[in-house]
Design a protein around this ligand. Sequence first.
Ligand code: FRU
Length: 469
Amino acid sequence: MSEVSLLKQLARSLMTGQPVAASDPHRLHWHLAPPVGLLNDPNGFIQANGRYHLFYQWNPLACRHGAKWWGHWSSADLVHWQHEPVALLPTEEYEINGCYSGSAVQHDGKITLIYTGNVKYADGSRTAYQCLAEELPDGTYRKLGPVIPLPEGYTGHVRDPKVWQHDGHWYMVLAAQSAELTGKVLFYRSADLTEWQLLGEIAGAHLNGLKEFGYMWECPDLFPLDGQDVLICCPQGLAAEQYRYLNLYQCGYFTGKLDYRQAEFPHGEFRELDLGFEFYAPQTTETADGRRLMFGWLGLPDDNELVQPTIKYGWVNSMTCPRELSLRDGILCQQPVKELQQLRQGTGTDWQGSAEQAPELAAVSAELLIDVSGTFSLSLRDEATLDWDGECLILTRRNWRTGEQESRYWFGSLRSLQLLLDSSSLELFINDGEACMTARYFPDPEKQTLHFQGAGTVSIHHWLLSACV
Ligand code: FRU
């Protein structure tokens, strides 16, 4: 479709849809969500010339997946974001079924996007091109076309390029499905972002000691952190175990050391990045002050996604809060970025004592720091609970599709919790980010508080959070 006709549809969708989305009682107060339509992966996360840019997979025309566009926000502080002109629309033959996920780098002073052009055929098959687009002075993007066609020996599922610079060269990790239908991560090098050489497969099923490990790995990201290299990826097709791999698709990481010359990445075991219900396709960037930050999609591509209550208000899905990454004893830890403290209203309130006696606290848009000793449980707006029995922390919520209770688990020695709440999302950081649990939930808007129970003692610091989007 032509750009003009797509832009006309966008204008109509925004003008009629934005007031409706804004009237949703579950509309988020401080998380990034699409103005209308469906959002999925974070893309092109970068800090350039002092501003953060976050692009995203967007279908602004309907609450379903389809020919994706790239939406674009920018921010000076990671908290207050401004929507920028749409960066990419699927107008060309090589991307006609979607400008799929990718990343951004700064090249010759301009933000350059590397993304997947997705093309589907009538017989159900597909192909993919890795493409470039560069920033123009007015903040829009000019497409430079495909730079990598489908590599031989893979199905049409080749996508999600993540590019970085190292020792004067550009490198890329790219998700791929082998002809044998196994998930792989391809590794490329380029001198100029245009000519790319495939160096090999650096990770995937049947590599580095892994056996069967899924039929596709989406959205790889590889970066140095605290003396090691971390590969994040989203394997699809892992069988659920009693306490692991409980979501339809997984998102996790390996740590190891990338050998740029041999194109090898010997790595340790796979660990899940988030033990909650909705977390997928995260992307990281390095900031000017040397922090490794990450946004995830606070969602998951499965059938619960497209029956969320927000869809009747014309929008669906959101980003997680921005998180800072660090490695502690080989574990990838996540903590909300310090900039989010701007949202705290005043100095907050403190309370300490038996969980049984703790006061009810506002929970629609709030942050809690909780030090724990002994067992307790926490009911969140009568829609989700958190139970600590001394060995296992269990997050339970009502599934909005089936109406049934469902749980996720963390085992360890619990010291502290940080809980970030928005009107229909919760993000839980355990022991200063040693583990995370992230979820959407859709409480009755009238139910606005949380309350504690149990034999243990808790020390609570509670803040209301201001709205910022
Ligand atoms: C992950 C994903 C990517 C793809 C994009 C399409 O959620 O499936 O692999 O590029 O979403 O929107």
